[in-house]
Design a protein around this ligand. Sequence first.
Ligand code: GAR
Length: 204
Amino acid sequence: MVKTKLAVLVSGGGTNLQALLDAQNSGILTAGEIVLVISSNPKAYALTRAEQAGVPGIVCSRKALGSQAAFEAAISQALADHGVELIILAGFMSILSEDFTRQWPRRILNVHPSLIPAFCGKGFYGLKVHEAALEYGVKVTGATVHFVNEVPDGGEILLQKAVEIQPEDTPETLQRRVMEQAEWKLLPQAAQMVSEEIGKGKET
Ligand code: GAR
């Protein structure tokens, strides 16, 4: 079966990108192939990870491009140039407009570091999610992989995994545990599932 072409959109450290690259090498992600990495941040370490893996990496910065429309036009052009069929948001911290998401129905995945609908939506990203979970005092959190639509963190849920909170947790220790136990497993699994589905669609 021809592999589904994947683009991974990043903004920071890129550990989820690394999990996807490792999953390709270990045979967990076989139905899809990462053909492009797009970073919203020119300094993201994720770009180094892409380079080390021999995957083309480009920067599309909303700030540098001057407007949301120019930012999304640059992303769309890069996706088209590489024949991308599925977009994976892996710690991508820029908002994509409804104009953009409408063009990719069930073709954009996102990983979020909580059990949606808890601690999600506007303002909940990165470490802030874990700070909020600890402040609230929940005993269980986790991660969610979902399709992206026009509602922030509101698209159909594909996979979720619970992670226990320990009494001595800081936002940083909790973030790490949620990544290790949930995000780095769920995201490659979801990428495989949807890549397979897209591949089957092409056969018929
Ligand atoms: C991850 O925990 C991811 O779930 C989160 O940012 C981190 C990025 O880490 N994403 C969001 O909060 C999106 N709402 P990474 O760059 O090491 O993959």
